[in-house]
Design a protein around this ligand. Structure first.
Ligand SMILES: Nc1nc2c(ncn2[C@@H]2O[C@H](COP(=O)(O)OP(=O)(O)OP(=O)(O)O)[C@@H](O)[C@H]2O)c(=O)[nH]1
Ligand SMILES: [Mg+2]
Length: 363
């Protein structure tokens, strides 16, 4: 199971360009069908592990990107995103909103002018409309169900109704679900609706090449306006990022240096998405392969095993764990074992970022 990231934004904002850059793909920018592509998650520790362990293969974790291929505005019928597009979007783990900041006379902006703030608001509004439509529908259903409901069921329905009314009032005040402070119970109920404004949001402001020298200051300014709980904003040039993926790494680095870009925009997108989702990496070594896996911070060893294979979760016995730092310090596994740095942990052990884990299981 990979992490799924949905790319949204107004028409001609550069969604497919950024999708192609992220997935090193060649999706036709004219095509209206959704594009789905895989990107490897950059993980510098894998290289160090490969140097220490000499595996046959190194397998990074993967992220799936979905470019739904139509602008959010175009999707809106009766002021809410509907049908197949909503289904696609409601299943993703996080959203990227691509906002146009590049100028190009030959590509008319659908609103007739460039305005980053307006476009961010437009998309946020569309997402909120979509959630409000879901709430309205559910509230109507609850009303009907309440008519014949027996006391215990009735109580549950009333509680749900109250929660939905609260969320609705906040959405109407432009407060997205991702910013609400909910109890664990409320959060659990809310998860079922897969609200779009509940998803972490990364806003990617797509600047032109000529704006690159100001990218850092622009980003700092945007950040001060838009960084909110579970929401981050960055500026990058999608077109350049896409072109750089066609080059080998050292040539791409050279170009970046020339443009004063410190880090690949794509790496930053993935890193920030991971941060927003609260994901960490752990590693496994088996059959000559070193593999990276992504899990939610706070996951226990049992669930981490299940991420690899359901058999491993079902037949879980123990996990043999060493931290990345300890392994690097020791230089190899047998030295680490001698020093007693390989720990045996049980089901409830909370996996830490960078752990190298061997699961012992029995099926
Ligand atoms: N000058 C310039 N053009 C860009 C940049 N990013 C994208 N474009 C161009 O803008 C046009 C639209 O880009 P797409 O990536 O197709 O945008 P989209 O959001 O996928 O468009 P739709 O799917 O039609 O809504 C293409 O001609 C791109 O080459 C950029 O940073 N600078
Ligand atoms: Mg497109």
């Amino acid at each position: 199971m990979s992490v799924d990231i949905g790319i949204i934004g107004l028409a001609k904002s550069g969604k497919t360009t950024i999708f192609n850059a992220l997935t090193k793909g060649k999706a036709d920018i004219e095509s209206l069908a959704p594009h789905i592509g895989i990107a490897k998650v950059p993980e510098p520790r894998l290289k160090t592990l490969a140097d220490i362990l000499h595996p046959k293969r190194v397998v990074p974790a993967e992220t799936r990107y979905i470019d739904i291929g139509a602008s959010v505005k175009g999707l809106v019928a009766d002021k809410a995103i509907g049908g197949q597009f909503l289904t696609q979007l409601s299943n993703v783990d996080t959203l990227i909103n691509v906002v146009r900041a590049f100028t190009d006379e030959s590509i008319p902006h659908i609103e007739g002018s460039l305005d980053v703030d307006r476009d961010i608001d437009t998309t946020n509004l569309e997402l909120a409309f979509s959630d409000l439509a879901i709430i309205e529908k559910r509230l109507e259903r609850i009303k009907v169900s309440l008519k014949g409901a027996k006391p215990p069921e009735r109580q549950g329905l009333l509680r749900e109704e109250e929660l939905l009314m609260k969320v609705k009032a906040d959405l109407e005040k432009d407060i997205p679900v991702r910013e609400l402070k909910l109890t664990t119970d409320e959060a659990r109920t809310i998860t079922n609706y897969q609200f779009l404004t509940a998803k972490p949001l990364l806003i990617v402001v797509n600047i032109g090449e000529e704006q690159l020298p100001q990218a850092a200051s622009l980003e700092a300014e945007l950040d001060s306006h838009y960084s909110r709980p579970n929401c981050r904003i960055i500026a990058l040039c999608g077109k350049l990022e896409m072109e750089l993926t066609q080059l080998d790494n050292s040539a791409a680095e050279g170009f970046r240096a020339e443009f004063g870009i410190r880090e690949s925009g794509l790496d930053r997108i993935i890193k920030l998405s991971y941060e927003l989702l609260g994901l960490i990496s752990f590693f496994t070594i088996a059959s000559g392969e070193v593999k990276a896996w992504s899990i939610q911070n706070g996951t226990n060893a049992l669930k981490a095993a299940g991420k690899i294979h359901s058999d491993m979760e079902r037949g879980f016995i123990r996990a043999e764990v060493i931290s990345y730092d300890d392994l690097v310090k020791c230089g190899n596994l047998s030295e680490a074992r001698k020093k007693g740095l390989l720990r045996l942990e049980g089901k409830s052990y909370t996996v830490q970022d960078g752990d190298i884990i061997t699961f012992l299981f029995n099926v």
